[in-house]
Design a protein around this ligand. Structure first.
Ligand SMILES: [Mg+2]
Length: 144
């Protein structure tokens, strides 16, 4: 499949699953729950905290927040490049995988901030999905 046509996500039995590049040595589809993601990134967080120790939680929270901004900038840059709104040299090197990688970096940094803030990611996402359904009266409008 050409890089431009590869979907950002795939589904298995109607469930979204992670996708990876065809040339990676890991399985092409791996179902992963939020709990699995948080567990993986808790391990990474522990490594980062030992590799680059900061004196307290406030400084770790600040650093994690700044990393989100950094990675969001990189994702924005790749999206601009995908729209040919970048330097010719960047456009020439563009790959859809660049957007996927930067999207994953943003997600990873958000998870790392959530771990630092001891946020129950699954619980708050369930709450927000419910809130969004109620705010837009989605359950009622889907029945019509
Ligand atoms: Mg990045």
């Amino acid at each position: 499949m050409s890089d431009q046509n590869r979907p950002l996500t795939q589904t298995v039995d109607g469930q979204a699953v992670a996708t990876v590049a065809d040339d990676h040595s890991v399985p092409t589809t791996v179902s992963m729950s939020i709990k699995d993601l948080v567990a993986s990134y808790t391990t990474i967080s522990n490594y980062l905290n030992s590799r680059w120790p900061l004196p307290d939680g406030n400084q770790r929270t600040f650093a994690r927040t700044m990393k989100i901004m950094e990675e969001l900038g990189e994702l924005s840059d790749e999206i601009l490049t995908s729209m040919n709104l970048s330097r010719d040299s960047k456009i020439a090197k563009f790959s859809r995988e660049n957007i996927e990688d930067e999207f994953a970096d943003v997600m990873a940094c958000i998870l790392l901030l959530g771990i630092e803030l001891k946020i129950d990611v699954e619980a708050v996402m369930r709450r927000k999905i419910q809130f969004t359904h109620e705010r837009y009266d989605m359950d009622k409008s889907q029945k019509n």
